[in-house]
Design a protein around this ligand. Structure first.
Ligand SMILES: [Zn+2]
Length: 164
């Protein structure tokens, strides 16, 4: 989501073509195995996840279209459920048939974030910053994407008496 957002009022869109997605995936340590993700599909998923993040930041229910988009990508992942025995305990787990493609990996990450009751999605409170971040702090008190960048700016402005 943050590829079309930033710390300036009009940040550039970093996903301009399929190679940009490949570079992004490499920066996230996602192994693509030569996969060339589809730009249109990636931008559609990004738009759905942005809608989801905006709703969560506002304390609203996730939009149905965002959940549908996540489930669409999750459903394309082949695999089966398996019983395994771990440390003497039987566990039911999902065993994927192959490594998820980049959009499936993103959908899995979004689904895991949404399903975690202790993980909150927020928009940065920094001046001109539109970045989203996840907050797993004990009292959900995190306000900035990066305390040493956006948080520092706000503290400096406050000292100058520009903000209340
Ligand atoms: Zn920020």
């Amino acid at each position: 989501m943050n590829t079309a957002r930033g710390r300036t009022p009009s940040p550039p869109d970093l996903l301009t073509d399929e190679l940009a997605i490949v570079r992004w995936a490499e920066a996230q340590s996602l192994n693509l195995d030569g996969e060339r993700p589809c730009l249109t599909e990636a931008l559609e998923l990004r738009e759905r996840l942005t809608g989801l993040a905006e709703a969560l930041d506002a304390g609203l229910q996730p939009p149905a279209g965002s959940i549908t988009a996540i489930n669409y990508h999750l459903a394309r992942e082949g695999g089966c459920h398996q019983l395994t025995r771990t440390s003497g305990e039987w566990r039911l787990r999902f065993a994927p048939a192959r490594r998820p493609n980049v959009l499936q990996a993103i959908a899995q990450s979004a689904a895991a974030t949404l399903a975690d009751p202790l993980l909150f999605v927020r928009r940065c409170a920094g001046l001109d910053c539109s970045l989203f971040f996840t907050d797993n702090s004990p009292n959900q008190s995190r306000r900035w994407c990066c305390a040493s960048v956006c948080g520092r700016e706000v503290r400096v402005e406050r000292r100058r008496g520009l903000l209340r």
